[in-house]
Ligand binder design. Structure first.
Ligand code: PMP
Length: 405
């Protein structure tokens, strides 16, 4: 008979990269009560989610796809949805087909898969700085090295930077977090450098439709189109329904040359075997009915008013302490402190206790050293809440600056 022994307490040996991450995303996607105004997330206004259209699309999807709507589907995505995305991307100059499209579980999954297929531990990613937090999170387990993408670099330096990296990551339309819009000439220069160096350009574009002032600029995907029968350019263009319809659908996509799509599919097979077919079926119906395009005018009008309200409130209550530029699109206002002693990591708990949350700059920096900046969202809350949120933030800033170091 064996002698009973004391059970040994489980001691998992967690992977080292976990020590380099943070819990900010959990706060970003959390819905707060009236006591705390969430200015931290990149969240759409829930009141304009097209619920009736989604309900009708769900019924049509079940009637059309029947058992396919709840079965496993192809790893690359349902043919109908891939074709719908390809048709949207096609122009008189360039045709895209299903072979150019991978459906992903949100565009964040496309970032994750790109890390898996392109980056060995320690290899370099050339990234727009500051860099989207979700991308940094997605690539953390790959332990990459980051170099800053300098849009203004001369062609030779840009070419060298591109050839020294596994790929280039950028958000040319209203960057997350800064809201910056990259000019067409800079896009062209980057593309030319990538074409000379044989590099891959990842163009992450969730905000391209959210243009409040002026007209849309050509995407890197469009600029790289050469009219060949099958697109074989260097751009991997990422899109999503998260901002145009609703993030809970978790429908995103990558558009790229067929070999890249094949490699991404191999990685996706081990991630989730395929994006939920139910959501894909609904997405096909929503896109076929043009629901994203139908809701856009109201969305642009609402977000323009909210952008204006946040910019005005920031000017009034935070203008003494921060520099900022009003964004012409997207979802964010980026503020940089005039006083280098202002540390937005230290400000965060004070602001949270005062009933407002924001995104500290450090989470958009692979080295977490960007302490004097913060990102505010203007799409989730109405104008009155935005103004109240900024007032609370301004009070928290003064408290932070008065606190002993
Ligand atoms: N890329 C960028 C730049 C984003 O801002 C976001 C959403 N915050 C995503 C990708 C991910 O979006 P989703 O996975 O919901 O499509």
């Amino acid at each position: 008979m064996s002698t009973p022994t004391e059970p040994v307490k489980t001691q998992p040996r967690y992977a080292r990269w976990l020590a380099t991450t943070n819990v900010v995303t959990r706060h970003i996607v959390a819905t707060y009560g009236p006591d705390c105004i969430n200015l931290s997330g990149g969240l759409p206004a829930p009141e304009i989610y097209p619920l009736a259209a989604i309900e009708a699309a769900t019924q049509r999807a079940l009637a059309r796809f029947k058992h396919r709507a709840v079965s496993y589907g192809p790893v690359e995505g349902m043919k109908e949805l891939r074709m719908a995305i390809a048709a949207r991307a096609s122009t008189p100059r360039q045709r895209f087909g299903a072979e150019n499209v991978l459906i992903t579980t949100g565009s964040l999954q496309a970032l994750d898969l790109l890390g898996k297929i392109l980056v060995e531990p320690g290899e370099t990613i050339l990234a727009q700085f500051p860099t989207y937090l979700g991308a940094l999170d997605a690539w953390r387990p790959r332990t990459p090295t980051y170099r800053r993408l300098d849009w203004a670099a001369d062609p030779m330096s840009l070419g060298q930077a591109v050839s020294g990296a596994q790929f280039v990551y950028c958000v040319p339309n209203f960057s997350n977090p800064t809201g910056a819009l990259i000019a067409t000439e800079s896009r062209q220069r980057l593309l030319a450098a990538a074409q000379r160096a044989g590099g891959v350009l990842v163009e992450d574009d969730p905000y391209g439709a959210l243009f409040y002032d002026g007209v849309a600029l050509p995407s890197l995907l469009d600029l790289s189109s050469d009219g060949s029968e099958i697109y074989r350019g260097p751009v991997v263009h990422l899109g999503t329904l998260s901002k145009s319809i609703g993030p809970g659908l978790r429908i995103g996509w990558a558009i790229a040359e067929p070999k890249m799509i094949e490699m991404l599919s191999l990685a996706k097979q081990g991630a989730d075997i395929g994006t939920g077919t139910f959501a894909q079926g609904v997405a096909v119906e929503l896109l076929d009915a043009g629901i994203d395009r139908a809701v856009l005018p109201d969305m642009l009008a609402l977000y323009t008013r909210r952008r204006d309200a946040l910019v005005a409130a920031a000017g009034e209550h935070l203008g003494l302490r921060f520099d900022f530029t009003a964004p012409v699109g997207g979802m964010f206002l980026w503020l940089t402190a005039k006083d280098p002693a202002l540390d937005t990591d230290a400000l965060w708990p004070i602001a949270f206790a005062a009933g407002v949350s924001f995104c500290p700059g450090s989470v958009f920096d692979p080295t977490a050293r960007l302490k004097n900046a913060m990102r505010l969202n203007f799409t989730l809350n109405d104008e009155a809440q935005l103004v109240e949120g900024v007032r609370r933030l301004a009070r928290a800033v003064e408290r932070h600056l008065q606190a002993p170091a």
